[in-house]
Design a protein around this ligand. Structure first.
Ligand code: AMP
Ligand code: MG
Length: 300
């Protein structure tokens, strides 16, 4: 373990793997248990540093109100989407967070285009939003289960890219993470949930059926990661077999996406704050004047 301020600094290394736009993705080339030489103790220290920085950045994001932040999480069942949200957002102010989950669409949602329900859940200005699943389900589960014709889901890649372009060009900072677990690790996690009656609620018989479709899901993910990794909204592959490493990698991405805006938010707050304070001082000055009169009235 390194001493405070020593080798493991927040910016020392990139733990997520960014998908280069257009690059063919072979998920079997990425080790889901990779920790890039980081030890668990170092990871814990690093995560604490990231926690502090994220808390400060989120406060500025909220106060400045100039951007929206959207952390989008995808991954196979048990890949740790919920656990990531719980840990990575541990130190941020819940007032500034919006957590959105996407389940099977309702009849009303299905009666609209697939992005309708998604656009409505994009966070407001100043908010840090998280998507637990997303519009990517419409090229993943929908493709694997053949819920629409091939031509329909194939057309969605460019529709998704256009939608994400709209978001990023209008003030949304979009961070997309694929939580990459191994099939063995999934089995361990499913079995572990069965051992604990208080975790069984997370299970459904469908989980084992979905697991049979692992290869189909893998192919669907590889295509989505390739087709929808763009310069403004790249995909990131997060090795997720080790929960602590996954948390570090996601927290780092989030902090590094927000950090470049820090000075701008501070400048904006300063610009807002100066006239605000001047107005307050003026108001207080008048009130002080009134109070003096009031005091004189009483003493007369
Ligand atoms: P969970 O994340 O365990 O609560 O499960 C949510 C379920 O909703 C998953 O099985 C998803 O595949 C499913 N789901 C989410 N979005 C869609 C969609 N657009 N079409 C069909 N199923 C979906
Ligand atoms: Mg599930």
């Amino acid at each position: 373990m390194s001493a405070v301020g020593e080798s493991v600094s927040v910016a020392s290394q990139q733990y997520a793997r960014r998908v280069v736009p257009g690059e063919r993705v072979h998920l079997d080339r990425y080790d889901p248990a990779d920790t890039q030489g980081l030890t668990k103790d170092e990871g814990r220290d690093l995560l604490q540093q990231l926690d502090e920085e994220l808390a400060e950045l989120q406060e500025l994001l909220y106060a400045a109100g100039q951007h929206r932040v959207l952390l989008l999480l995808q991954g196979m069942d048990t890949s740790g989407k919920d656990g990531t949200i719980k840990r990575v957002l541990k130190e941020v102010n819940p007032t500034g967070c919006q957590i959105m989950s996407f389940k099977s669409p309702t009849p009303i949602e299905l009666a609209h285009d697939f992005l309708w329900r998604v656009h409505a859940k994009v966070p407001e200005a100043g908010q840090l939003g998280v998507f637990n699943r997303s519009h990517y389900e419409d090229v993943l589960v929908v493709r694997v289960h053949k819920l629409v014709p091939d031509a329909v889901w194939r057309g969605r890649y460019s529709q998704i890219n256009a939608f994400e372009r709209l978001l990023t060009e209008t003030g949304t900072i979009l961070i997309k993470c694929f939580l990459h677990i191994s099939k063995d690790e999934q089995e361990r996690r499913l079995l572990a949930r069965e051992q604990d009656v208080t975790k069984a609620w997370k299970l459904s018989p469908g989980d084992w059926a979905e697991r049979q479709l692992w290869d189909d899901y893998t192919a669907a993910y590889e295509d989505a990661l390739r087709e929808c990794s763009t310069t403004r909204a790249p995909w990131n592959i997060i090795p997720a077999d080790k929960k602590w490493f996954r948390n570090v990698a996601v927290a780092q991405l989030l902090v590094e996406a927000l950090r470049p805006h820090r000075e701008g938010w501070l400048a904006h707050l300063d610009a807002l704050g100066q006239p605000q304070l001047a107005a307050l001082r003026e108001a207080r000055g008048e009130r002080a004047g009134e109070d003096e009169e009031a005091v004189e009235d009483v003493t007369e």
